[in-house]
Design a binder for this molecule. Structure first.
Ligand SMILES: [Zn+2]
Length: 241
């Protein structure tokens, strides 16, 4: 069985010995990395992010002419007929905001709050916090600049509380262009030999999300791909950053 893990600018390919050879209790300890088949020394994968129209209008015909299969990492929230759409998973937003009035942001609540902020800022386009950049929060978390993040999150929670609005965590359909690619288009490209793979529902900066929201974005993206294109398109994943 082939398992492929793709991260931006990195490609790691593992060849795993068939699981049926192992006793169930030893699945992990006996995993073996084998050589490429037919004496090949390496493998190249041609990958594209985000599913922009030019990839399908321009790149796919070129790849077809050269008889090269591509791997396209797509955001499933960009398709009208997808089952899952971006939302916030967690406690009621108003409870989180109320709590922020008395409990400053700290290491135990920061990811719940940044997940909520990501939803309100990037999915709901809440105007009161339009000057804040969630990617910047994610980058600061990756670099361990927690104090700066805590300060920014406290500021944003303060603005949201003072807006006197009531925020609810409901799924939101992403507005996409009329001529955006459809699942039917992707089905046709997949029949031409191309692979489609998970790039989350709505392209969040995953470093700024908690576990529940990461699992929703990755797991439900994979489920929509499986339901529309089939199981063989569920092997690869690329995490947005
Ligand atoms: Zn991307």
């Amino acid at each position: 069985m082939w398992t492929k893990i793709v991260k931006k600018e990195h490609l790691i390919l593992f060849l795993l010995t068939p699981l049926s050879l192992f006793a169930v209790t030893d699945l992990f300890s006996q995993t073996e990395i084998l050589k490429w088949p037919d004496g090949k020394s390496s493998c190249v994968s041609i990958t594209f992010d985000d599913g922009s129209m030019n990839q399908f209008k321009i790149a796919v015909p070129i790849l077809n002419e050269l008889e090269l299969p591509g791997t396209f990492f797509i955001n499933t929230g960009n398709f009208y007929t997808s089952k899952y759409h971006p939302k916030f998973i967690g406690r009621p937003i108003m409870d989180i905001l109320q709590e922020s009035e008395t409990i400053p942001t700290n290491k135990s609540n920061v990811f719940e709050r940044t997940s909520m902020i990501r939803y309100l800022r990037e999915i709901r386009n809440e105007p009161a916090i339009s000057s804040y950049n969630v990617n910047r929060i994610g980058n600061n978390l990756e670099r361990g600049r927690y104090e700066e993040v805590y300060e920014t999150v406290n500021e944003i929670c303060d603005i949201l509380r003072k807006s006197n609005k009531t925020f609810e965590a409901k799924p939101v359909r992403i507005n996409v262009d009329q001529d955006h690619t459809t699942w039917e288009d992707l089905k046709k490209y997949s029949e031409e030999g191309h692979e489609f793979a998970c790039h989350t529902i709505s392209h969040p900066h995953l470093s700024a999300l908690d576990k529940e929201n990461i699992l929703y974005e990755l797991g439900k993206c994979k489920e929509d791909i499986k339901d529309h294109l089939g199981y063989k398109h569920t092997l690869s994943v690329e995490c947005p950053s």
